[in-house]
Design a protein around this ligand. Structure first.
Ligand SMILES: [Zn+2]
Length: 157
């Protein structure tokens, strides 16, 4: 009897863990194994808060009109009109479409508190936001190119 009650409590704890704050908040969710299969090389960025090497993304030089979508769930995050050349080594934007991203404090680098930005739909890590961007927002969304898929507008016609 006691043993059953104990196992029941364990099950309840496991259930709580499976629906923790991060998992329950997003409308697009997959198991870790599924994310690995879906994302391939992008997994490290989107699911493990990784950062791609500076100046490695072909999207830095992308000048065409179009949209930048989350590589995890295809949500449109940025338009080409929001992009600018920051010279920092990553695709940069001075603003983001409303309600498609969330932020949280990131203390991973000692002595350098940063604002992390992630997709509001799937929770995928996108990059960081800094306050040294151009007017009118003075924000710099420093985004990993591997977190994005660019769709040129002429591809939609
Ligand atoms: Zn997403």
């Amino acid at each position: 009897m006691k043993r059953t009650a104990f196992l029941g409590a364990l099950g309840a704890v496991a259930a709580l863990g499976a629906t923790g704050a991060r998992a329950r908040a997003y409308t697009v969710t997959h198991s870790d194994a599924q994310w690995r299969r879906i994302l391939g090389d992008r997994y490290y960025i989107l699911r493990e808060n990784g950062t791609e090497p500076a100046f490695s993304s072909p999207l830095i030089a992308e000048k065409r009109t179009g949209t930048y979508r989350c590589a995890g769930c295809a949500t449109t995050l940025f338009n080409s009109e929001m992009k600018y050349d920051s010279g920092d080594g990553w695709p940069s934007f001075f603003t983001v479409r409303p309600h498609v991203t969330r932020t949280r404090a990131d203390f991973e680098l000692p002595g350098e508190p940063r604002t992390e930005v992630h997709c509001a739909t799937c929770g995928g890590h996108l990059g960081h936001i800094f306050d040294d961007g151009p007017a009118p927002t003075h924000l710099r969304y420093c985004i990993d190119g591997l977190a994005l898929v660019f769709v040129p507008s002429n591809a939609l016609k």
